[in-house]
Each structure stands twice: as structure tokens, then as C-alpha cells.
Design a protein around this ligand. Sequence first.
Ligand code: F6P
Length: 362
Amino acid sequence: MVIRRIGMLTGGGDAPGLNAVIRAVVKTAIHDYGWEVIGIRNGFDGLIPPTSAEPLTLDDVRGILPRGGTILGTANRGSPLVRRVDSNGRVELVDQTPEAIATLEELGIDALIVIGGDGTLNIGHELAKKGVPVVGVPKTIDNDLPETDQTFGFDTAVLTATEAIDKLHTTAESHHRVMVLEVMGRDAGWIAIHAGIAGGADVILIPEIPFHVRKVVEKIAERDRAGRHFSIVVVAEGAKAAGSGQFYIQPKDELSLGRLGGIGEWLSDTLAMSSGHESRCTVLGHLQRGGTPTAFDRVLATRYGAAAVRSVAKGMFNHMVALKGNRICEVPLERCVGRIRTVPPDGELVQTARGLGISLGI
Ligand code: F6P
């Protein structure tokens, strides 16, 4: 198969390092292979008429390495697999992959690099099953994709959360308060447990281990007895008390996973009533997704982008580039979609946290 022109898009929530991938794809494709690169705007939306795509040159990617966000734009609602379409006043859900595939043909795109998390990679996999030559790049601050040791964006998110914990420590100590920090991660506690350990949290609550408020209160009391009249509690947005459900700001529907959030405020209020301390909640939110990527994420994103171009050159389609140990490899997309990678409740990280005296709420 002769490749002359490749397409690239970024889908789902943004993550620090997206621009580093885009830059690496453009530079490697042009320098090493002499291909043209077409940037598709706003995820798969750019493939649905009216099409939004344009060539990316070396000039277009100059200076973007340290920039957060994505110069291509992204979308994390809707997908060509199920799109809400207005037809004569009636809203219908339709499969628009035929339109997306037709656009790729019109644009003369010989292969498509999709940079995204579970949702985006799943769409890429479905397009691949219909004959589109697709290569995936694993992105998400949540670090919850299977078949790769790390997604880019995670390291930066953990640094942001760790810096927040460091700042909360000083004010918690001054005011003898309980400080609750709610971090992102959806159904995986990777950000919470990494940042919690890095920031020296006293309690870390993750979705994988349903917690008991009583155990959190006991930990705060234990610290009081030791003369430490403040506590730092890191709670993942998807964590839940034993026997209860997750907190949602916006429920799931047929087009989206819903928006998690609210556990931090609830926990802070509950702890204020039961621990004898004032308590405050900080919701770190989208600060975890913004800003300049760490050096680690820049290197990982760059390696992924360059490897994705090499995968296209080798004809290794319907695969995702992945990190195993310190090696970049390729994994079939079907093994990467439809499931997430969560923190093993009996794994080494949890054991390490326990050994440090951190409470996991059980
Ligand atoms: O998946 C990445 C992520 O940042 C999650 O951690 C979070 O729950 C979600 O996206 C937030 O998405 P939105 O951009 O819709 O607020």
C-alpha cells in the first residue's frame, strides 16, 4: 500500500502532551517519509460534513511542544457511531461512519492516526473494521487504558495534583483543618493514589476500594492523638462509600459517560460533622488537564507520535502504540478498547500506601 497523505485527529478530553504528539507526527511524516499530513478538527466531528480539515506543515507545529491543549481542537460528546441528528423536527440517533469514511476518501487520506482515550480508540477500531487503516495513540490523564503502562498526560496531571496537596498542607496545618482534595480519574484511582503518595496525604480514597467514613474519621482521630491536628484527604471523583453509588453532576446518557463530581463536598461536610474539625473541599477539576506538559509527558508523547508514523509505514493498522517497560510497541486495538485498567486493590501501590500509614478508608 502506497502512503502519500495521512490524517490525524485528537478526540475526547484534552490532555497535556497532545500538541507534542501532533508535532512528532508531522515532523516524522515529513522528514522521514515525505508524506503530507492533514489535521482533522474537533475529533471525528471534523469528518462529518461540513468537513473541517486542513494540511499541517512544519511551520504549523513550530513552538507547540510546551503548549497544553490541542491545536486541532477536540470533542468529547458524540461519535460518528451514534450521532444525534435532527430530521424534520425529530431527533434520531444515526450511524454516520459512512459519511466519515466518505470524507476520508474525498480528502485522499491513506491512513488515519487517532489520538485519544477509550471512546476515541473504540471509534478508531470500528472504522478499522470497516477498512480504514487506523493507528491509535493512547491519551488520557486518567491513565486507565489497558495494554500500555502509561498514557501521556497522566504525569502532568499527577504533578498538578501533588502541587495542590503541598499547598493544602500548609493551610491545613495553620487552621487545624481537614482538607479534602477531589481529583479526576473517572473509574480509576491512578491520579489519586499517585498524587496522594507523592504529596504525603493521610487518606486516599479510590473507586477500586469502597470506603467507610468511620475509618476516615478514625484516621483523623489517630492523628489528633499524635498531636497532628490537621489531615489531608485525597478523594478520586469516582470513589464511593461502601454500599453507595458514585456522585454525578450530570448523569450518563446514550451519547456520553456523564460527569462525575460532588463526592469531595459531601465528604468534607460529613467529616466536618463527625471529626470535630473544620473541613474544606477543593475540587481540582480541569486544572489537571491544562498547562504545559512535564518533560516526561513531552518525551512519551513525542515517542508515541513518531512510533505511530512508523506503524503506518509498516502497514501495522488497527493497532495502538503502547509503552511496555521502557519500550514502545504495538498492540491490536481490539485488546485496548471496551475495558479500562484500574488500580489493583491488592497491588504494590496500595500496599505501599498502607505501609506508610495512609488510610484507604477500610
Ligand atoms: O477522562 C478525562 C477526564 O478529565 C476525567 O478525569 C473527567 O471525569 C472527565 O474527563 C471530565 O470531562 P469533561 O471535559 O466533560 O468535563
